[in-house]
Design a protein around this ligand. Structure first.
Ligand code: ADP
Length: 496
Protein backbone atom coordinates (compact mmCIF):
# COMPACT_ATOMS: atom_id res chain seq x y z
CA UNK A 1 0.00 0.00 0.00
CA UNK A 2 1.44 3.38 -0.97
CA UNK A 3 1.97 6.05 1.63
CA UNK A 4 -0.76 8.30 0.16
CA UNK A 5 -3.32 5.44 0.00
CA UNK A 6 -2.51 4.62 3.62
CA UNK A 7 -2.94 8.25 4.65
CA UNK A 8 -6.24 8.44 2.73
CA UNK A 9 -7.51 5.28 4.40
CA UNK A 10 -6.51 6.60 7.82
CA UNK A 11 -8.34 9.87 7.09
CA UNK A 12 -11.46 7.89 6.05
CA UNK A 13 -11.35 5.78 9.20
CA UNK A 14 -10.95 8.91 11.35
CA UNK A 15 -13.77 10.63 9.46
CA UNK A 16 -16.12 7.65 9.93
CA UNK A 17 -15.23 7.50 13.63
CA UNK A 18 -15.82 11.24 14.02
CA UNK A 19 -19.22 10.98 12.24
CA UNK A 20 -20.18 8.00 14.38
CA UNK A 21 -19.15 9.89 17.54
CA UNK A 22 -21.25 12.84 16.33
CA UNK A 23 -24.27 10.57 15.72
CA UNK A 24 -23.94 8.86 19.10
CA UNK A 25 -23.53 12.13 20.97
CA UNK A 26 -26.49 13.54 18.97
CA UNK A 27 -28.70 10.59 19.94
CA UNK A 28 -27.62 10.80 23.59
CA UNK A 29 -28.02 14.59 23.56
CA UNK A 30 -31.56 14.30 22.14
CA UNK A 31 -32.41 11.68 24.71
CA UNK A 32 -31.13 13.96 27.49
CA UNK A 33 -33.09 16.90 26.07
CA UNK A 34 -36.24 14.78 25.82
CA UNK A 35 -35.75 13.68 29.44
CA UNK A 36 -35.27 17.26 30.55
CA UNK A 37 -38.54 18.22 28.81
CA UNK A 38 -40.18 15.27 30.53
CA UNK A 39 -38.76 16.42 33.85
CA UNK A 40 -40.11 19.96 33.51
CA UNK A 41 -43.52 18.69 32.36
CA UNK A 42 -43.58 16.25 35.34
CA UNK A 43 -42.82 19.19 37.65
CA UNK A 44 -45.66 21.21 36.08
CA UNK A 45 -48.04 18.26 36.50
CA UNK A 46 -46.85 17.95 40.10
CA UNK A 47 -47.59 21.64 40.76
CA UNK A 48 -51.03 21.30 39.12
CA UNK A 49 -51.81 18.14 41.11
CA UNK A 50 -50.81 19.60 44.49
CA UNK A 51 -52.98 22.69 43.80
CA UNK A 52 -55.95 20.56 42.79
CA UNK A 53 -55.52 18.33 45.83
CA UNK A 54 -55.34 21.40 48.09
CA UNK A 55 -58.54 22.94 46.69
CA UNK A 56 -60.33 19.58 47.01
CA UNK A 57 -59.10 19.00 50.58
CA UNK A 58 -60.18 22.50 51.68
CA UNK A 59 -63.62 21.96 50.04
CA UNK A 60 -64.02 18.64 51.85
CA UNK A 61 -62.94 20.13 55.18
CA UNK A 62 -65.44 22.96 54.73
CA UNK A 63 -68.17 20.44 53.82
CA UNK A 64 -67.41 18.64 57.11
CA UNK A 65 -67.91 21.91 58.99
CA UNK A 66 -71.19 22.53 57.11
CA UNK A 67 -72.40 19.13 58.26
CA UNK A 68 -71.39 20.04 61.82
CA UNK A 69 -73.51 23.22 61.64
CA UNK A 70 -76.39 21.31 60.09
CA UNK A 71 -76.26 18.86 63.03
CA UNK A 72 -76.44 21.83 65.44
CA UNK A 73 -79.39 23.36 63.60
CA UNK A 74 -81.22 20.02 63.56
CA UNK A 75 -80.66 19.78 67.29
CA UNK A 76 -82.02 23.32 67.85
CA UNK A 77 -85.05 22.67 65.63
CA UNK A 78 -85.87 19.54 67.59
CA UNK A 79 -85.62 21.50 70.86
CA UNK A 80 -89.20 22.54 71.62
CA UNK A 81 -88.05 24.98 74.28
CA UNK A 82 -86.19 26.87 71.56
CA UNK A 83 -88.16 26.46 68.31
CA UNK A 84 -91.77 25.79 67.62
CA UNK A 85 -92.70 23.83 64.51
CA UNK A 86 -96.36 23.83 63.62
CA UNK A 87 -98.55 23.24 60.60
CA UNK A 88 -102.02 23.99 59.23
CA UNK A 89 -103.98 23.51 56.08
CA UNK A 90 -103.88 26.32 53.59
CA UNK A 91 -107.44 27.15 52.76
CA UNK A 92 -106.71 28.05 49.10
CA UNK A 93 -105.47 24.69 47.81
CA UNK A 94 -105.84 22.62 50.98
CA UNK A 95 -102.11 21.89 51.21
CA UNK A 96 -100.25 21.49 54.46
CA UNK A 97 -98.16 24.53 55.36
CA UNK A 98 -95.37 24.23 57.94
CA UNK A 99 -94.27 27.07 60.24
CA UNK A 100 -90.97 27.45 62.04
CA UNK A 101 -91.01 30.09 64.79
CA UNK A 102 -89.01 30.98 67.86
CA UNK A 103 -90.52 29.62 71.04
CA UNK A 104 -89.82 32.98 72.68
CA UNK A 105 -89.55 35.60 69.97
CA UNK A 106 -86.92 38.24 70.64
CA UNK A 107 -89.06 41.04 69.26
CA UNK A 108 -92.82 41.15 69.55
CA UNK A 109 -94.50 40.39 66.24
CA UNK A 110 -91.39 38.97 64.53
CA UNK A 111 -92.42 36.32 62.00
CA UNK A 112 -90.78 32.97 61.29
CA UNK A 113 -90.61 30.79 58.20
CA UNK A 114 -93.63 29.18 56.51
CA UNK A 115 -93.34 26.75 53.65
CA UNK A 116 -95.03 23.83 51.97
CA UNK A 117 -93.48 20.63 50.65
CA UNK A 118 -94.57 19.58 47.17
CA UNK A 119 -94.11 15.88 47.82
CA UNK A 120 -95.92 16.02 51.15
CA UNK A 121 -99.47 15.09 50.16
CA UNK A 122 -101.06 14.50 53.57
CA UNK A 123 -103.31 17.14 55.07
CA UNK A 124 -102.23 17.92 58.59
CA UNK A 125 -103.74 20.52 60.81
CA UNK A 126 -101.47 19.47 63.68
CA UNK A 127 -97.76 18.50 63.50
CA UNK A 128 -96.86 14.84 64.03
CA UNK A 129 -93.39 13.57 65.10
CA UNK A 130 -92.79 12.09 61.60
CA UNK A 131 -93.81 15.30 59.88
CA UNK A 132 -91.62 17.30 62.25
CA UNK A 133 -88.64 15.08 61.44
CA UNK A 134 -89.31 15.49 57.74
CA UNK A 135 -89.54 19.27 58.10
CA UNK A 136 -86.29 19.44 60.11
CA UNK A 137 -84.40 17.27 57.62
CA UNK A 138 -85.74 19.15 54.64
CA UNK A 139 -84.97 22.53 56.14
CA UNK A 140 -81.47 21.65 57.33
CA UNK A 141 -80.25 19.50 54.50
CA UNK A 142 -81.70 21.38 51.56
CA UNK A 143 -82.30 25.01 52.33
CA UNK A 144 -79.70 25.58 55.03
CA UNK A 145 -77.00 23.60 53.21
CA UNK A 146 -77.53 25.67 50.08
CA UNK A 147 -77.22 28.90 52.12
CA UNK A 148 -74.04 27.68 53.82
CA UNK A 149 -72.49 26.70 50.48
CA UNK A 150 -73.20 30.18 49.17
CA UNK A 151 -71.71 31.74 52.31
CA UNK A 152 -74.95 33.29 53.62
CA UNK A 153 -76.79 33.12 56.93
CA UNK A 154 -80.48 33.92 56.65
CA UNK A 155 -82.47 34.84 59.72
CA UNK A 156 -85.41 32.52 59.15
CA UNK A 157 -86.21 33.18 62.79
CA UNK A 158 -84.42 35.75 64.89
CA UNK A 159 -83.09 33.32 67.54
CA UNK A 160 -82.18 30.59 65.05
CA UNK A 161 -80.32 33.23 63.02
CA UNK A 162 -78.49 34.49 66.12
CA UNK A 163 -77.39 31.01 67.20
CA UNK A 164 -76.33 30.00 63.70
CA UNK A 165 -74.33 33.20 63.18
CA UNK A 166 -72.51 32.59 66.46
CA UNK A 167 -71.66 28.98 65.57
CA UNK A 168 -70.79 30.03 62.03
CA UNK A 169 -68.41 32.76 63.16
CA UNK A 170 -66.74 30.43 65.65
CA UNK A 171 -66.19 27.68 63.07
CA UNK A 172 -62.54 27.79 61.90
CA UNK A 173 -60.38 25.67 59.68
CA UNK A 174 -59.33 22.46 61.49
CA UNK A 175 -55.71 21.83 60.49
CA UNK A 176 -55.72 18.20 61.65
CA UNK A 177 -58.72 17.31 59.52
CA UNK A 178 -57.23 19.20 56.57
CA UNK A 179 -53.95 17.32 57.03
CA UNK A 180 -55.70 13.94 56.73
CA UNK A 181 -57.81 15.06 53.78
CA UNK A 182 -54.86 16.59 51.92
CA UNK A 183 -52.76 13.49 52.51
CA UNK A 184 -55.57 11.35 51.03
CA UNK A 185 -55.96 13.64 48.04
CA UNK A 186 -52.21 13.61 47.36
CA UNK A 187 -52.05 9.82 47.70
CA UNK A 188 -54.87 9.44 45.16
CA UNK A 189 -52.60 11.30 42.70
CA UNK A 190 -49.58 9.14 43.55
CA UNK A 191 -47.84 11.89 45.57
CA UNK A 192 -46.29 10.88 48.87
CA UNK A 193 -44.12 13.92 49.64
CA UNK A 194 -44.36 15.25 53.18
CA UNK A 195 -45.87 18.74 53.65
CA UNK A 196 -46.81 21.42 56.15
CA UNK A 197 -49.47 24.12 56.04
CA UNK A 198 -48.87 27.82 56.27
CA UNK A 199 -51.54 30.46 56.76
CA UNK A 200 -49.35 33.46 55.99
CA UNK A 201 -47.84 34.09 52.56
CA UNK A 202 -44.41 32.47 52.98
CA UNK A 203 -41.61 32.50 50.45
CA UNK A 204 -42.97 31.58 47.00
CA UNK A 205 -39.91 29.43 46.15
CA UNK A 206 -39.98 25.62 46.39
CA UNK A 207 -43.04 23.46 46.03
CA UNK A 208 -45.86 25.62 47.45
CA UNK A 209 -49.53 25.42 46.49
CA UNK A 210 -51.70 28.36 45.53
CA UNK A 211 -53.34 29.92 48.65
CA UNK A 212 -56.90 28.62 49.10
CA UNK A 213 -59.64 30.42 51.04
CA UNK A 214 -60.88 28.05 53.75
CA UNK A 215 -63.37 30.52 55.39
CA UNK A 216 -67.00 29.40 55.57
CA UNK A 217 -68.20 32.84 54.56
CA UNK A 218 -66.02 33.07 51.49
CA UNK A 219 -65.69 35.10 49.40
CA UNK A 220 -66.83 37.71 51.96
CA UNK A 221 -64.30 36.56 54.54
CA UNK A 222 -60.77 35.24 54.07
CA UNK A 223 -58.92 32.47 55.89
CA UNK A 224 -56.08 31.65 53.53
CA UNK A 225 -54.11 28.41 53.73
CA UNK A 226 -51.45 26.87 51.54
CA UNK A 227 -49.22 23.79 51.70
CA UNK A 228 -45.45 23.59 51.33
CA UNK A 229 -44.17 20.23 50.09
CA UNK A 230 -40.74 18.60 50.17
CA UNK A 231 -38.86 17.73 46.95
CA UNK A 232 -41.06 15.42 44.84
CA UNK A 233 -38.25 12.87 44.26
CA UNK A 234 -40.33 9.71 44.59
CA UNK A 235 -43.12 11.28 42.48
CA UNK A 236 -40.66 12.22 39.72
CA UNK A 237 -39.02 8.81 39.92
CA UNK A 238 -42.32 7.00 39.53
CA UNK A 239 -43.52 9.20 36.65
CA UNK A 240 -40.19 9.28 34.82
CA UNK A 241 -38.75 5.87 35.63
CA UNK A 242 -39.59 4.25 32.28
CA UNK A 243 -38.37 7.24 30.29
CA UNK A 244 -35.10 7.34 32.24
CA UNK A 245 -34.61 3.58 32.00
CA UNK A 246 -35.27 3.62 28.24
CA UNK A 247 -32.78 6.47 27.85
CA UNK A 248 -30.13 4.67 29.86
CA UNK A 249 -30.70 1.47 27.91
CA UNK A 250 -30.56 3.22 24.53
CA UNK A 251 -27.51 5.25 25.54
CA UNK A 252 -25.73 2.10 26.76
CA UNK A 253 -26.61 0.21 23.56
CA UNK A 254 -25.41 3.16 21.46
CA UNK A 255 -22.14 3.47 23.39
CA UNK A 256 -21.45 -0.29 23.36
CA UNK A 257 -22.19 -0.51 19.62
CA UNK A 258 -20.08 2.56 18.94
CA UNK A 259 -17.22 1.24 21.06
CA UNK A 260 -17.39 -2.17 19.41
CA UNK A 261 -17.58 -0.77 15.87
CA UNK A 262 -14.72 1.63 16.57
CA UNK A 263 -12.64 -1.23 17.99
CA UNK A 264 -13.35 -3.47 14.96
CA UNK A 265 -12.65 -0.63 12.55
CA UNK A 266 -9.37 0.26 14.23
CA UNK A 267 -8.21 -3.33 14.53
CA UNK A 268 -9.12 -3.96 10.87
CA UNK A 269 -7.15 -0.89 9.95
CA UNK A 270 -4.22 -2.01 12.09
CA UNK A 271 -4.39 -5.49 10.58
CA UNK A 272 -4.33 -4.06 7.06
CA UNK A 273 -1.23 -2.04 7.93
CA UNK A 274 0.45 -5.08 9.51
CA UNK A 275 -0.47 -7.33 6.56
CA UNK A 276 0.94 -4.79 4.12
CA UNK A 277 4.13 -4.69 6.15
CA UNK A 278 4.28 -8.46 6.06
CA UNK A 279 3.73 -8.65 2.28
CA UNK A 280 6.39 -6.00 1.69
CA UNK A 281 8.80 -7.96 3.84
CA UNK A 282 7.94 -11.24 2.14
CA UNK A 283 8.26 -9.79 -1.36
CA UNK A 284 11.71 -8.58 -0.52
CA UNK A 285 12.68 -11.91 1.06
CA UNK A 286 11.38 -13.92 -1.92
CA UNK A 287 12.70 -11.61 -4.62
CA UNK A 288 16.35 -11.66 -3.53
CA UNK A 289 16.92 -15.47 -3.81
CA UNK A 290 14.65 -15.69 -6.90
CA UNK A 291 16.67 -12.98 -8.68
CA UNK A 292 19.91 -14.72 -7.74
CA UNK A 293 18.59 -18.11 -9.05
CA UNK A 294 17.38 -16.49 -12.26
CA UNK A 295 20.71 -14.76 -13.01
CA UNK A 296 22.75 -17.88 -12.21
CA UNK A 297 20.53 -20.14 -14.34
CA UNK A 298 20.67 -17.63 -17.25
CA UNK A 299 24.48 -17.57 -16.98
CA UNK A 300 24.63 -21.39 -17.02
CA UNK A 301 22.37 -21.47 -20.09
CA UNK A 302 24.21 -18.79 -22.06
CA UNK A 303 27.85 -19.69 -21.41
CA UNK A 304 29.87 -22.91 -21.41
CA UNK A 305 31.65 -22.93 -18.13
CA UNK A 306 34.14 -25.45 -16.87
CA UNK A 307 32.64 -28.20 -14.68
CA UNK A 308 34.13 -26.52 -11.57
CA UNK A 309 32.48 -23.16 -12.28
CA UNK A 310 29.26 -24.96 -13.22
CA UNK A 311 29.32 -26.71 -9.84
CA UNK A 312 29.90 -23.40 -8.12
CA UNK A 313 26.86 -21.87 -9.92
CA UNK A 314 24.71 -24.89 -9.17
CA UNK A 315 25.74 -24.59 -5.50
CA UNK A 316 24.47 -20.98 -5.53
CA UNK A 317 21.14 -22.13 -7.03
CA UNK A 318 20.88 -24.93 -4.49
CA UNK A 319 21.72 -22.52 -1.59
CA UNK A 320 19.12 -19.97 -2.71
CA UNK A 321 16.50 -22.71 -3.20
CA UNK A 322 17.24 -23.93 0.30
CA UNK A 323 16.76 -20.38 1.61
CA UNK A 324 13.40 -20.18 -0.16
CA UNK A 325 12.32 -23.53 1.28
CA UNK A 326 13.41 -22.39 4.72
CA UNK A 327 11.35 -19.25 4.31
CA UNK A 328 8.15 -21.02 3.24
CA UNK A 329 8.64 -23.62 5.99
CA UNK A 330 8.93 -20.83 8.56
CA UNK A 331 5.65 -19.27 7.43
CA UNK A 332 3.86 -22.60 7.23
CA UNK A 333 5.09 -23.63 10.70
CA UNK A 334 3.34 -20.57 12.07
CA UNK A 335 0.04 -22.44 11.74
CA UNK A 336 0.77 -26.09 11.07
CA UNK A 337 1.20 -27.32 14.64
CA UNK A 338 -1.72 -25.29 15.88
CA UNK A 339 -4.14 -27.38 13.84
CA UNK A 340 -2.87 -30.65 15.29
CA UNK A 341 -5.56 -33.19 16.06
CA UNK A 342 -6.76 -34.30 19.50
CA UNK A 343 -4.69 -37.53 19.24
CA UNK A 344 -1.47 -35.47 19.47
CA UNK A 345 -2.32 -34.54 23.04
CA UNK A 346 -0.39 -36.50 25.63
CA UNK A 347 1.51 -36.00 28.89
CA UNK A 348 4.70 -34.07 28.09
CA UNK A 349 7.69 -33.52 30.37
CA UNK A 350 8.90 -29.94 29.89
CA UNK A 351 12.51 -30.64 31.03
CA UNK A 352 13.56 -32.64 27.91
CA UNK A 353 11.36 -30.52 25.66
CA UNK A 354 13.26 -27.33 26.59
CA UNK A 355 16.58 -29.16 26.04
CA UNK A 356 15.28 -30.14 22.59
CA UNK A 357 14.40 -26.52 21.76
CA UNK A 358 17.89 -25.34 22.82
CA UNK A 359 19.50 -28.09 20.69
CA UNK A 360 17.40 -27.09 17.66
CA UNK A 361 19.12 -23.69 17.68
CA UNK A 362 22.57 -24.98 18.54
CA UNK A 363 24.21 -23.99 15.25
CA UNK A 364 22.84 -20.47 15.43
CA UNK A 365 23.98 -20.10 19.07
CA UNK A 366 27.45 -21.34 18.22
CA UNK A 367 27.72 -18.93 15.26
CA UNK A 368 26.84 -16.04 17.55
CA UNK A 369 29.00 -17.40 20.40
CA UNK A 370 25.89 -17.18 22.53
CA UNK A 371 25.57 -18.78 25.97
CA UNK A 372 22.31 -20.52 26.63
CA UNK A 373 21.95 -21.90 30.17
CA UNK A 374 19.05 -24.00 31.35
CA UNK A 375 18.16 -24.47 35.03
CA UNK A 376 15.87 -27.45 34.78
CA UNK A 377 13.42 -28.54 37.47
CA UNK A 378 14.53 -31.30 39.86
CA UNK A 379 11.35 -33.26 39.25
CA UNK A 380 9.50 -34.03 35.99
CA UNK A 381 7.32 -31.12 34.89
CA UNK A 382 4.43 -33.04 33.38
CA UNK A 383 1.80 -31.17 31.46
CA UNK A 384 -0.90 -32.45 29.13
CA UNK A 385 -0.32 -31.09 25.65
CA UNK A 386 1.17 -31.24 22.17
CA UNK A 387 4.95 -31.61 22.28
CA UNK A 388 5.60 -30.44 18.70
CA UNK A 389 3.45 -27.38 19.16
CA UNK A 390 5.17 -26.35 22.42
CA UNK A 391 8.60 -27.11 20.97
CA UNK A 392 7.98 -24.58 18.18
CA UNK A 393 6.78 -21.99 20.73
CA UNK A 394 9.95 -22.41 22.89
CA UNK A 395 12.17 -22.35 19.79
CA UNK A 396 10.53 -19.08 18.65
CA UNK A 397 11.36 -17.41 21.98
CA UNK A 398 14.95 -18.71 22.03
CA UNK A 399 15.39 -17.70 18.37
CA UNK A 400 14.20 -14.17 19.19
CA UNK A 401 16.62 -13.94 22.14
CA UNK A 402 19.47 -14.74 19.74
CA UNK A 403 18.16 -12.47 16.95
CA UNK A 404 17.30 -9.34 18.93
CA UNK A 405 20.66 -8.86 20.56
CA UNK A 406 23.21 -6.11 19.98
CA UNK A 407 26.10 -7.90 21.76
CA UNK A 408 26.96 -11.54 22.52
CA UNK A 409 23.65 -13.12 23.49
CA UNK A 410 23.24 -14.58 26.97
CA UNK A 411 20.03 -16.45 27.56
CA UNK A 412 19.06 -17.97 30.91
CA UNK A 413 16.15 -20.39 30.90
CA UNK A 414 14.64 -21.51 34.20
CA UNK A 415 11.94 -24.11 34.76
CA UNK A 416 10.09 -23.86 38.09
CA UNK A 417 7.53 -26.42 39.19
CA UNK A 418 4.98 -25.07 41.55
CA UNK A 419 2.00 -26.80 43.21
CA UNK A 420 -0.27 -26.68 40.14
CA UNK A 421 1.82 -24.80 37.61
CA UNK A 422 5.03 -25.09 35.61
CA UNK A 423 6.71 -21.77 34.95
CA UNK A 424 9.36 -21.29 32.26
CA UNK A 425 11.35 -18.06 32.38
CA UNK A 426 13.42 -16.94 29.36
CA UNK A 427 15.68 -14.02 30.38
CA UNK A 428 17.91 -12.51 27.68
CA UNK A 429 20.32 -9.58 27.52
CA UNK A 430 19.03 -8.37 24.13
CA UNK A 431 17.84 -4.99 22.89
CA UNK A 432 14.73 -5.13 25.08
CA UNK A 433 11.16 -4.18 24.23
CA UNK A 434 9.85 -0.66 24.98
CA UNK A 435 6.94 -0.82 27.43
CA UNK A 436 4.54 0.88 24.97
CA UNK A 437 4.76 -2.12 22.60
CA UNK A 438 4.59 -4.96 25.11
CA UNK A 439 0.81 -5.39 24.96
CA UNK A 440 0.86 -5.59 21.13
CA UNK A 441 3.81 -7.94 20.97
CA UNK A 442 1.75 -11.12 20.68
CA UNK A 443 -0.52 -9.77 17.91
CA UNK A 444 -0.04 -11.41 14.48
CA UNK A 445 2.35 -9.53 12.18
CA UNK A 446 3.37 -7.10 14.89
CA UNK A 447 7.02 -6.03 14.94
CA UNK A 448 8.52 -3.38 17.17
CA UNK A 449 9.06 -0.38 14.84
CA UNK A 450 12.70 0.33 14.01
CA UNK A 451 12.50 3.34 11.73
CA UNK A 452 11.79 2.52 8.09
CA UNK A 453 14.06 -0.51 7.69
CA UNK A 454 14.15 -3.63 9.85
CA UNK A 455 17.72 -4.80 10.09
CA UNK A 456 16.62 -8.10 11.65
CA UNK A 457 14.48 -10.21 9.38
CA UNK A 458 11.15 -11.54 10.60
CA UNK A 459 7.40 -11.57 9.90
CA UNK A 460 5.87 -10.82 13.31
CA UNK A 461 4.38 -14.30 13.54
CA UNK A 462 6.64 -16.04 16.09
CA UNK A 463 5.19 -14.59 19.28
CA UNK A 464 1.60 -14.75 17.99
CA UNK A 465 2.23 -18.47 17.54
CA UNK A 466 3.57 -18.64 21.13
CA UNK A 467 0.45 -16.98 22.54
CA UNK A 468 -1.92 -19.24 20.57
CA UNK A 469 -0.03 -22.35 21.53
CA UNK A 470 0.21 -21.45 25.23
CA UNK A 471 -3.47 -20.44 25.20
CA UNK A 472 -4.43 -23.81 23.73
CA UNK A 473 -2.66 -25.40 26.71
CA UNK A 474 -4.71 -23.18 29.10
CA UNK A 475 -1.54 -21.31 29.98
CA UNK A 476 -0.37 -17.72 29.98
CA UNK A 477 2.55 -15.89 28.40
CA UNK A 478 3.75 -12.48 29.56
CA UNK A 479 6.70 -10.24 28.85
CA UNK A 480 8.57 -7.79 31.03
CA UNK A 481 11.92 -6.01 31.07
CA UNK A 482 14.93 -7.99 32.24
CA UNK A 483 17.52 -6.41 34.55
CA UNK A 484 19.89 -4.75 33.79
CA UNK A 485 18.90 -5.10 30.12
CA UNK A 486 16.99 -7.31 27.74
CA UNK A 487 13.61 -8.99 27.94
CA UNK A 488 12.06 -11.62 30.15
CA UNK A 489 9.34 -13.93 28.82
CA UNK A 490 7.32 -15.94 31.33
CA UNK A 491 5.21 -18.93 30.29
CA UNK A 492 2.88 -20.58 32.83
CA UNK A 493 1.34 -23.95 32.03
CA UNK A 494 -0.98 -26.06 34.18
CA UNK A 495 0.54 -29.34 35.41
CA UNK A 496 -1.34 -32.62 34.96
P1 ADP B 1 9.64 -11.68 14.27
O1 ADP B 1 10.76 -11.97 15.19
O2 ADP B 1 9.53 -12.64 13.16
O3 ADP B 1 9.56 -10.26 13.86
P2 ADP B 1 7.97 -12.27 16.57
O4 ADP B 1 6.51 -12.41 16.66
O5 ADP B 1 8.78 -13.42 17.01
O6 ADP B 1 8.26 -11.89 15.07
O7 ADP B 1 8.39 -11.03 17.39
C1 ADP B 1 7.67 -9.83 17.25
C2 ADP B 1 8.51 -8.62 17.55
O8 ADP B 1 8.86 -8.61 18.93
C3 ADP B 1 9.85 -8.65 16.88
O9 ADP B 1 9.77 -8.07 15.61
C4 ADP B 1 10.73 -7.87 17.82
O10 ADP B 1 10.61 -6.50 17.49
C5 ADP B 1 10.14 -8.10 19.17
N1 ADP B 1 10.88 -9.13 19.96
C6 ADP B 1 10.54 -10.41 20.11
N2 ADP B 1 11.38 -11.05 20.96
C7 ADP B 1 12.26 -10.12 21.37
C8 ADP B 1 13.42 -10.15 22.25
N3 ADP B 1 13.81 -11.25 22.88
N4 ADP B 1 14.09 -8.99 22.42
C9 ADP B 1 13.71 -7.85 21.79
N5 ADP B 1 12.65 -7.76 20.94
C10 ADP B 1 11.95 -8.88 20.73
Amino acid sequence: MSCSTFKRMKTHVNLILALMALCVSGIIGLQLFWNYQNYTSALNTFQYDINQAMTKAVDLERAQRHQQLIRHVKHWLADTSFIRITCDIQSRDSNTVFHINDRYPKFAGSSGLSFGLTNFKRKLSQITPEAKKLVINHFAETRLLKDLQEGFIYYYTQRLGDSLTKAYTNSHLRMKALDTLYRQQLASKGIHSSFRFQTDAGSPTGYVTEPVNAALARPYKQEMVQARLTRPDSYLLSTMKWAVMTTLLLATICLVCFGYTAKVLLSQHKLTVLKDDFINNMTHELNTPLASIKITAEALKSFHYSPDVQKEYLDIISYQTEKLTELTTQILTANRHLVATKEDWQPVDLNPLIHQAIDALWVQSRNQQATVTFHSAAEPALIYGQAANLLTAFTNIIDNALKYSSSVPHLRITLIVDFKWAEIVFADNGIGIPEAYRNKLFDPFFRVPQGNVHTIKGYGLGLSYVRQSVGQHRGLVTVEANQPCGSLFRIKLPLV
